[in-house]
Write a protein that binds this ligand. Structure first.
Ligand SMILES: [Zn+2]
Length: 282
């Protein structure tokens, strides 16, 4: 009996150890500066209350036992410190008013946390817009994880989506990088700790990420599948490849939130960022 008891304890300990290793170690929430101020109705045209807002440009650094992961690389380094028009169109600079300093850029953010860009094993890009894919060329040796269809969107956006949020100069030097191209959801490390979720609509192949952390628990990083709280109140984002797909993706994430009891951390919520940004989550 005693032997059996020890064996059972050993099995239990092994199970527990297994459970611990099947989570990421820690997740850092940072931003490639902010956009604004501008009227919220410029982003969400149906929103009834006009007011000026600023929005953060979220990026994530995930320290995982199997390797360092970055999720989105913010605005291109060239637009830092008031040099917007060196890389973006005048209209875009005028509307977005990027307040990105050189220190905000992903390479400096990694440095601040004790890493180098060359330490990054996997770079996940949510979608091909200028404030999310801006610096992938800083990571020539990483494995780049994107939805296959999003690469088509990046290289040849629909005519109604051109001239704005896609900046070819952000990725025209990255054509021969190593891409893991996905067609749907994907369990990144094969252990359930980092699940890539297909959430199209904002763009053709937008993807969100669900991360399991040892102390914080599971969280969903929506990025632009849901910009901010106001989009949960039925006010559709103004910039969509497909409103139908967008609405389905918002619904999917809301259902996961309610069924799995996990928080949604939005792509551009100043309310969330000012409370929760610039911190490690373990
Ligand atoms: Zn976007």
């Amino acid at each position: 009996m005693k032997k059996l008891g020890i064996a059972a304890a050993l099995v239990a300990a092994m199970c527990l150890a297994g459970a611990t290793s099947a989570s990421a170690q820690k997740l850092y929430w940072t931003a490639s500066g902010q956009f604004g101020p501008f009227n919220i109705q410029g982003l969400i045209p149906t929103y009834p209350d006009a007011r000026d807002i600023k929005i953060p440009i979220n990026m994530w650094v995930l320290d995982h036992p199997k390797g360092l992961v970055v999720y989105d690389t913010g605005n291109n380094v060239a637009i830092s410190d008031g040099n917007c028009q060196s890389h973006w169109s005048e209209g875009l600079c005028g509307f977005l008013q990027p307040g990105q300093t050189r220190a905000d850029v992903i390479d400096k953010q990694l440095e601040k946390l004790g890493y180098k860009t060359s330490d990054v094993k996997v770079l996940i890009t949510s979608h091909s817009h200028l404030d999310h894919m801006g610096n992938i060329e800083m990571f020539p040796d990483a494995i780049h994880v994107v939805q296959k269809i999003e690469l088509y969107q990046a290289w040849w956006p629909e005519k109604f989506q051109r001239g704005g949020a896609h900046v070819m100069g952000d990725y025209d030097g990255a054509r021969d990088f190593n891409y893991l191209t996905l067609t749907g959801d994907y369990d990144l490390f094969g252990d359930g700790s980092v699940i890539i979720l297909s959430t199209p609509g904002h763009t053709l192949g937008h993807q969100s990420v669900k991360v399991k952390l040892p102390q914080t628990g599971t969280v969903i990083l929506t990025q632009d599948a849901i910009w901010m709280e106001e989009n949960l109140e039925g006010y559709v984002a103004g910039l969509n490849y497909s409103v139908l797909d967008y609405t389905n993706s918002v619904q999917r994430l809301k259902m996961m939130r309610d069924i799995e009891d996990v928080p949604l951390w939005f792509g551009h919520s100043i309310a969330q960022y000012s409370k929760m940004g610039e911190k490690w989550y373990k």
